[in-house]
Design a protein around this ligand. Sequence first.
Ligand SMILES: Nc1ncnc2c1ncn2[C@@H]1O[C@H](COP(=O)(O)OP(=O)(O)OP(=O)(O)O)[C@@H](O)[C@H]1O
Ligand SMILES: [Mg+2]
Length: 269
Amino acid sequence: MARVNLDGSGAGFRRTDSHVRGLGRSNPNQPAEKPLLVMEDVYKYFRRDVPTLRNVALEVKRGEFVFVTGPSGAGKSTLLQLIYRKHTVDSGRILFLGRDVARLTERSIPFLRRNLGIVFQDFKVVPHWTVYENVAVSMEILGSPVRVVRSRVAETLERVGLAGRGNERTERLSGGEQQRVAIARAIATEPALLLADEPTGNLDPALAIDILTLFEEIHDAGTTVIFATHDHALLQTSPHRLIVIDEGRLIEASQGLRAWSARMHSLSA
Ligand SMILES: Nc1ncnc2c1ncn2[C@@H]1O[C@H](COP(=O)(O)OP(=O)(O)OP(=O)(O)O)[C@@H](O)[C@H]1O
Ligand SMILES: [Mg+2]
């Protein structure tokens, strides 16, 4: 089996440490839960003079569905990349399940793998693998027993509408179906948080709504979701919490979508 990173792109992996198992599962007997994700005064610089993200503060509670939007180049992907540690903050802190993401050691990477699922615009499935192999990999790299992997993959394919398709080569599936495979891979480990970076960007409008609906079903079943998109049709389809990233700043915009939409239209005109 080939090796995949958190972002599905090659390089090594480690088996999980037993002490991280079970983190991220909600416990109904604990009423006062800490937020799932906290960003405190986060700055990220790709250029020395202008920060890509500045003074970003964000709290996401378990069970939320959060849309992230904003103009191209504003920093939406960067925000998500800091959460899954493709990059680390230059100042400030990101706490995920109470742990400082930037300070996780190599040994703790399975903690992120187990508790975070990630879906990308371009699917990042391995085309010549079967559907089964693409979904199973996220569990295999955590060392899950074959028997558990088999039954979980079957269950997960059913959840995403691909029941019985495990033996097909992934490249033979349509774009919408390949994205469903990627979503199945992301949720097979039952992560606490599902991140999506423009997951409908390569799909036509009707398919985009189908995929959003699938994310909403996953959310309804208990997973916290952060969904980045600049597709206004999607933002208007569903009344979720909305945050806007604009020139690296984060704004809570749940009350002001119309104003932000108008501004974004004028920017892209
Ligand atoms: N690895 C990197 N190295 C240098 N600059 C980067 C890097 N990643 C992002 N940037 C810069 O940071 C800014 C924000 O990029 P980001 O990809 O986060 O924007 P975005 O809001 O996701 O845009 P889009 O809607 O086009 O996906 C851009 O100016 C981009 O060029
Ligand atoms: Mg982006």
